[in-house]
Design a protein around this ligand. Structure first.
Ligand SMILES: NC(=O)c1ccc[n+]([C@@H]2O[C@H](COP(=O)([O-])OP(=O)(O)OC[C@H]3O[C@@H](n4cnc5c(N)ncnc54)[C@H](OP(=O)(O)O)[C@@H]3O)[C@@H](O)[C@H]2O)c1
Length: 269
């Protein structure tokens, strides 16, 4: 793979997840990685030492020698960043990881024919296990796609979708981990009510969830796995029927819809 120069604008958790993932790869597409932020020098020093990256608080001075630029700053910073970047760009590949900032938006704000891409990772990117959805702009070519997939694979699994699907599915891959953590809390609280220590409750529930995820990873459908655990008329069936009576599936779907409606409203604002 050819060697490119990467500039990251934003040096927070997601920037670190990507840098760390890239550093862990056996083969790298990047000659150099430069990380920048607005104000936090201490943070830059930490990243420099930990990942042997270059750092700068003046990203404009390195744009001209960068081939790929990842925007890992908050969504609210993007409009100003696009306007500043536009004066310095010469067909660099621009990627954003910001919620709501899709390729059409990027193409409107950046010079014509700028290759753009939108990644929607989730928090598991921090441990290289993100399920990232992504959508490409209209000027993405084969060699850009190779770089995009190189970066995506450094933080986990990925799936290319249409721009609208990335918007709609952000609730499932990005927000639903919070729903699962809420279920986890309920299970742990119940375990403690039966006399377990906090540590015991945490371990039991975490291992049960990771075992269930591993069963799903075998490719067996969720409904089949559920049927395997649920003997008709048995004790698990009694528990499942409470969840069905209280429309658990509808509650989850309503939570996804509420998440998407809120995201659409925030993007418009
Ligand atoms: N964390 C996640 O799980 C997750 C998942 C999906 C998507 N994302 C997206 O990833 C992006 C970054 O999130 P994060 O969790 O990494 O946030 P974070 O830890 O708060 O980091 C944000 C970074 O952006 C920098 N920054 C802020 N304004 C800037 C500007 N105008 N120019 C340059 N740098 C600027 C901040 O530097 P200073 O402190 O110096 O200002 C900081 O380094 C967001 O757009 C978020 O939507 C995050």
């Amino acid at each position: 793979m050819a060697n490119y120069n990467l500039l990251m604008i934003g040096a927070g958790r997601m920037a670190e997840a990507i840098v760390s993932g890239l550093r862990n790869k056996e083969e790298t597409a990047f000659n150099s990685i430069t990380v920048s932020n607005k104000s936090d020098q201490e943070r830059l020093s930490k990243l420099k030492t930990k990942y042997q990256v270059h750092t700068t608080s003046d990203w404009k001075s390195v744009v001209h020698k960068s081939d790929v630029i990842i925007l890992a700053a908050p969504p609210s910073a993007h409009e100003a960043l696009f306007s500043e970047l536009s004066n310095h760009l010469d067909k660099q590949l621009i990627i954003t990881v910001a919620a709501g900032i899709d390729p059409s938006t990027m193409e409107v704000h950046l010079p014509e024919d700028t290759p753009v891409c939108w990644f929607m990772p989730n928090t598991a990117a921090l441990i290289g296990k993100s399920m990232t959805t992504f959508a490409c702009g209209k000027s993405i070519e084969h060699h850009h796609r190779k770089i995009i997939e190189h970066i995506l694979s450094s933080i986990g699994e990925y799936e290319e979708l249409t721009e609208q699907q990335v918007h709609d599915l952000t609730a499932v891959t990005g927000s639903a981990p919070a729903f699962l953590y809420l279920v986890t809390e309920a299970l742990q609280e119940t375990a403690k009510e039966y006399g377990l220590t906090n540590e015991q409750a945490k371990r039991l529930v975490t291992k049960m969830i990771s075992g269930s995820a591993a069963m799903l990873e075998t490719g067996t459908n969720a409904d089949e796995l559920r049927a395997q655990v649920t003997t008709p008329g048995g004790s698990t069936a009694a528990g499942v029927s409470v969840l069905e009576e209280q429309s658990l599936k509808k509650i989850i779907k309503d939570a996804i819809i509420a998440t998407n409606e809120h995201a659409r409203k925030s993007t418009k604002e």
